[in-house]
Design a protein around this ligand. Sequence first.
Ligand SMILES: Nc1nc2c(ncn2[C@@H]2O[C@H](COP(=O)(O)OP(=O)(O)O)[C@@H](O)[C@H]2O)c(=O)[nH]1
Ligand SMILES: [Mg+2]
Length: 343
Amino acid sequence: MTSVESSLVADLLDGKHRALARVITKIENRESGYRDIVSLLYEHTGNADVVGITGSPGAGKSTLVDKMARVYRDRGLTVGVVAVDPSSPFTGGAVLGDRIRMASNVGDMDVFFRSMSARGNLGGLSTATADAVKALDAFGKDKVIIETVGAGQNEIDIVRAADTVAVLVPPSSGDNVQMLKAGILEIGDVFVVNKADLAGADKTVQELEEMIHMGGGKMRVAGGHHGFSDVEVDLGEGRAWDPVVVETVATQAEGVDEFLAALEDHQDYLDDSGERERKARQRVAEEIRTLLRDDAAGIVGDEVERRGGIDDLVDAVLEGETDPYSIADEVTGPLRDCVDARD
Ligand SMILES: Nc1nc2c(ncn2[C@@H]2O[C@H](COP(=O)(O)OP(=O)(O)O)[C@@H](O)[C@H]2O)c(=O)[nH]1
Ligand SMILES: [Mg+2]
């Protein structure tokens, strides 16, 4: 590690926002040295409440996050926001809007906004987001909010860095709520029917409640694919969490206090049930696995290059000289020998 990295870390821990911004840029771009930085920050993490806000584009996430941040600031808490857009591989569109918003935040650096995009590396985005959250946490932000658009696995991987996940649902015809079934219902701890000033909000709330109590929430805590029931599922140490539905009008800051109270209830639940610890264990295990997988793939990739690259190996297979299994054995053989020799 160079002195540049250690002094950057020292400055971040010292509360310098410029250092925080530079660290997140290094994380986002996977600049050399970023791993050492995250490694140094690690022991300073674990103090922030991390909330994930997700939902379709235009649902009102950014508007709500701004209002949340304002309330937190009024309470004397510091806030970090990471806005992630997995759908835009380069900086532009929605992300640009967030950058402008960041600039417009009346110089209150206790609300630190930062947007991140995929940079053509979707797989790494959730890792980069989790690392950016660590930087904000180590910096000492009390509340860290991850705002993300998109749907499907990327979105789910990204909000996994959060302790509590809020899903925004605009009021509308039943179709929308039906569409939520795919994945989203399982990740939401709090559902927010934003734009409650528009027609159909009450109906949407009712549909969400029905869907949650039909089994979505119970099924999740039961951890099975079948056999969920209406009885409370005992997790051993505490009660199961029943997702909550709240209504907001983000533009008018209506319902924000109720929303924040629901988030706090969930945080309390995490502590009382032992779920926070379980989640933390799961997150660290996944982090270790991901790093090992990436590192191992990197080592093997280098070895493939040393052997002339993947195309040469493909040619050899197509010409009948060898087969993919034999190649895999040959490439990984020396690694395996190395590991075995250490016993
Ligand atoms: N009527 C109404 N419009 C809203 C509300 N919240 C946000 N909007 C508007 O919806 C649009 C999208 O909001 P934005 O926060 O950028 O959504 P995001 O894409 O989810 O971040 C903007 O024009 C907001 O002013 C609300 O509660 N009611
Ligand atoms: Mg937004």
